[in-house]
Design a protein around this ligand. Structure first.
Ligand code: NAD
Length: 339
């Protein structure tokens, strides 16, 4: 069964490609390499032993999307990762984010809704919940006004899919709301490619430990959390990748109960920034230089997932711990820096 993975050379996409290949799917990848590199294709190939078909293509170019789908009309499922994802950059360049994250989704949906089999998985985010009123966060929690153009593209993306599903019963879709993906493949063949100054905690931790950054700033030590630092739900990227395979299988086997479903993907456990730092220090046996500084605008206090819907309905649960994720992220960082 041929599955199209857009953004398949990116962080989450590449790990998902490996898991799809492990389950015997024939994977075709589209990526424009705007936030990835061809080396990732080699990494995937060395893990699975299978080189997936890859086309360097910018999904913003509608005619290219059209011609791709006309060549691959036997695709039975699409997992759509391709998007720009830097929150801060989206504030500075809103139109770039709306163009890249919305037009690519529309063009992919326009073409895939001409196929015989229309199974679609969308990368959404827990950012849609903002600071939820209750923790852990269920899928029924209110979607709050987005804090950034990036967050808004995820909300609009979900609405575009829902609206399309209303008028097209053939389209089966699942929006997966990720909490905080971290870590790398245990083989260290693939991981998160840091371009520029990392915006996320874990690459910043590993780069600080490598001596590339002087020290880590912990934004805010006075939040209403047990140790005063923000709490997040860190999920190992390999666990996250496996959830995509299970979600896709649900659609392929017509087990979905509606043609638009939403699932939270997290561990269900909240960890503070200091707990994450201590986990890193434990597995790396390195002391990390960090300093608690003022709060950063736009950060919410705490977010972690209620996972029972994904656990019970998808039959999926996380298997790897925060320590596993930190250890893999650290091995990956050392590997790419010592090349
Ligand atoms: P990533 O940047 O590593 O991967 C995205 C990939 O899409 C990159 O390889 C990039 O080159 C490609 N791409 C971007 N625009 C494209 C275009 N116009 N045409 C073709 N390819 C294009 O990001 P990621 O962390 O793997 O995230 C994957 C998806 O998950 C994104 O939609 C992101 O918004 C979403 N998400 C990520 C996180 C996170 O923390 N990493 C959290 C929630 C949701």
């Amino acid at each position: 069964m041929k599955i199209l993975v857009t953004g398949g050379l990116g962080f989450i996409g590449s790990h998902t490609v490996v898991e799809l290949q492990n389950e015997g799917f024939d994977v075709v990848i589209i990526d424009d390499l705007s936030n990835s590199s061809l080396e990732v294709l080699e990494g995937i190939t060395s893990i699975s032993g299978i080189k997936p078909y890859f086309e360097e293509l910018d999904l913003k170019i509608k005619s290219d999307v059209k011609s791709f789908f006309s060549k691959h009309s036997d695709v039975v499922g699409v997992i759509h990762f391709a998007a720009s994802k830097a929150v801060g950059e989206s504030v500075k360049e809103p139109l770039m984010y709306y163009e890249n994250n919305i037009s690519t989704l529309v063009y992919v949906l326009q073409e895939m809704t001409k196929l015989n089999r229309q199974n679609f998985i969308f990368s959404s985010s827990c950012t849609v919940y903002g600071q939820a009123d209750e923790l852990p966060i269920t899928e029924n929690a209110q979607v709050k006004p987005a804090q950034s153009p990036y967050g808004n593209t995820k909300q609009i993306g979900e609405e575009i899919i829902q609206d399309t599903c209303k008028v097209n019963e053939k389209l089966n879709s699942i929006a997966l709301r990720y909490f905080n993906p971290i870590g790398a493949h245990p083989s260290t063949e693939i991981g998160e490619l840091p371009i520029g100054v990392p915006q996320n905690l874990v690459p910043f931790i590993t780069q600080t430990a490598m001596g590339m950054r002087e020290r880590l700033s912990v934004f805010g030590g006075d939040y209403a959390t047990p140790d005063g630092t923000c709490v997040r739900d860190y999920i190992h990227v390999v666990d996250l990748a496996k959830a995509h395979v299970v979600a896709l299988q649900r659609l392929l086997e017509n087990k979905n109960t509606s043609n638009y479903e939403v699932f939270n993907l997290g561990t269900g456990k909240g960890s503070s920034v200091l707990e994450a730092i201590h986990s890193f220090e434990k597995v790396s046996k390195k002391k990390l230089k960090y300093k608690i500084v003022d709060r950063r605008e736009g950060d919410i206090t705490a977010a972690y997932a209620e996972t029972s819907k994904a656990n019970n309905v998808l039959g999926w649960k996380t298997e790897l711990s925060l320590d596993d994720a930190m250890s893999s992220a650290w091995k990956w960082e050392q590997k790419i820096r010592n090349k």
